[in-house]
Design a protein around this ligand. Structure first.
Ligand code: FO1
Length: 326
C-alpha cells in the first residue's frame, strides 16, 4: 500500500457525484486512512420532506463503505421502497426517491442537526456507522446551494439543483450556475489546514462534473488561493472521455454553455489551477494541445467499470502526482 504513496504525505481529493465517489473509493483502497482525506461537494444538498439530504456525502460514504447501489450510482444496495410506496398512496411527493434504509441516514442527520451537530461531525458519525475508516469531510459546514439558471423554455428562470437534476431529469437548457451562500461559507477548516500545513502530498480533483460538483468546492472563499499556495501538485481527472461524460449531465451542460465537449475544454476550464491532467486513451491525440494550456498530461485508462479499474486509476494518479511533486 505504501509504495503507492512513497512520500507518505496526505492526499486530498475533491469529489462530487458518482464519478467522484468511484475514484475516491479507488484511492481509499490503496491508501491507509491516515494518508487520504475526501472532501465532498454539498451544493447538491437540500431539504426534502423535512429531511436534510446530502447526496454527494452519502454517495461517498456508501461507496467507501461498500454499501452503494452500484447499478444506480447513488443510494444503498439491497434497498427497499415501502415508505416511498406508502407515501405515493397518500399522494405525497415521490419524485425524489428515498429508500427505506437511506431514510435512516437522513433521520440520523436530521436528529443530530436538531441537536446542534455540525455537518462535519455528523458525517464522521455516519462514516463510523457505515464502517468507513477514511476521513470524509463536507466542503463547508455552512449552507451552499447550487442553483441552475435556465435561459429559455417553460422552466425559464432559476432551478434548485435537485429540481433540475432529478425532477426535470437534466432536460432544461442551462446558461449558468449560482452557488447560493458561497460568499459567506467558511471552507472546511481541516482542508485549509492541510493546504497550509506541509503534510500534503497532492490534491486530486475527481472526474466529477466541473460546473456543479467541483466548482462549488474550488470557488469557496480562499480555496483557489489555498490550492495555489499549497505548493503541491493539483491534478484533475477528466470527466469527459471521447467526447462524452461517463455519467451525468456534464457533456450536455458543456454544449449548452457553448464549450466543445472535449477533455481539452475541461482542462481549459480549470485553467492555471492544474499541474496535471489525466485523460483516457480515447483522448490521447489531445495530449499535446492540452499540455500547451499548461498542465502535464498523463494518458491512461480513466473509465472505472469496477473495483480493479478504480484502484488502477488511483495508483496511476498517485504515481503521476509523485512525478509532479516538487
Ligand atoms: N438521483 C436520481 O436521479 N433520482 C432519484 O430519485 C435520486 C434520489 C436520491 C436520494 C438520495 C441521494 O443521496 C441521492 C439521490 N439521487 C437521485 C442522486 C442525486 O440526485 C445525485 O447523486 C447528486 O445530487 C448529483 O450527483
Amino acid at each position: 500500500m505504501s509504495d503507492d504513496n512513497p512520500s507518505r504525505k496526505m492526499i486530498l481529493t475533491l469529489s462530487g457525484g458518482v464519478g467522484g465517489a468511484k475514484l475516491a473509493a479507488g484511492l481509499a483502497a490503496v491508501l491507509p486512512p491516515q494518508e487520504l482525506a475526501v472532501v465532498c461537494n454539498t451544493g447538491d444538498d437540500f431539504e426534502h420532506l423535512g429531511l436534510p439530504i446530502s447526496p454527494d456525502l452519502d454517495t461517498v460514504i456508501y461507496t467507501l463503505g461498500g454499501r452503494s447501489n452500484t447499478a444506480q450510482g447513488w443510494g444503498l444496495a439491497d434497498e427497499s421502497w415501502r415508505v416511498i410506496g406508502a407515501l405515493a398512496d397518500l399522494g405525497g411527493d415521490t419524485w425524489f426517491r428515498l429508500g427505506d434504509l437511506d431514510i435512516a441516514t437522513h433521520l440520523y442527520r436530521l436528529s443530530r442537526r436538531r441537536a446542534g451537530g455540525s455537518l462535519t461531525d455528523i458525517t464522521a458519525e455516519l462514516c463510523a456507522g457505515y464502517g468507513v475508516r477514511h476521513p470524509v469531510w463536507p466542503m463547508t459546514d455552512d449552507p451552499v446551494r447550487t442553483m441552475v439558471q435556465v435561459p429559455s423554455g417553460p422552466l425559464q428562470g432559476e432551478l434548485a439543483f435537485q429540481h433540475y437534476f432529478v425532477r426535470e431529469r437534466c432536460q432544461p437548457p442551462v446558461s449558468a450556475f449560482r452557488f447560493n451562500g458561497i460568499e459567506h461559507a467558511r471552507p472546511q477548516p481541516r482542508m485549509m489546514e492541510l493546504l497550509a500545513g506541509g503534510k500534503l502530498g497532492a490534491v486530486v480533483i475527481c472526474p466529477s462534473n466541473p460546473f456543479v460538483s467541483v466548482d462549488p468546492i474550488i470557488r469557496l472563499p480562499g480555496l483557489r488561493d489555498g490550492l495555489r499556495a499549497s505548493g503541491v501538485p493539483v491534478i484533475a481527472v477528466s470527466p469527459i472521455v471521447g467526447g462524452r461524460a461517463i455519467k451525468g449531465p456534464a457533456a450536455k451542460m458543456m454544449q449548452e454553455l457553448g464549450m466543445p465537449v472535449t477533455a481539452r475544454a475541461v482542462a481549459g476550464y480549470y485553467g492555471d489551477l492544474l499541474d496535471g491532467f489525466v485523460i483516457d486513451h480515447a483522448d490521447a491525440a489531445d495530449a499535446a494541445a492540452i499540455e500547451s494550456l499548461g498542465p502535464v498530461v498523463q494518458v491512461t485508462r480513466t473509465v472505472m467499470t469496477g473495483a480493479r479499474e478504480r484502484m488502477a486509476l488511483a495508483r496511476d494518479v498517485l504515481r503521476f502526482a509523485a512525478t509532479l511533486g516538487r
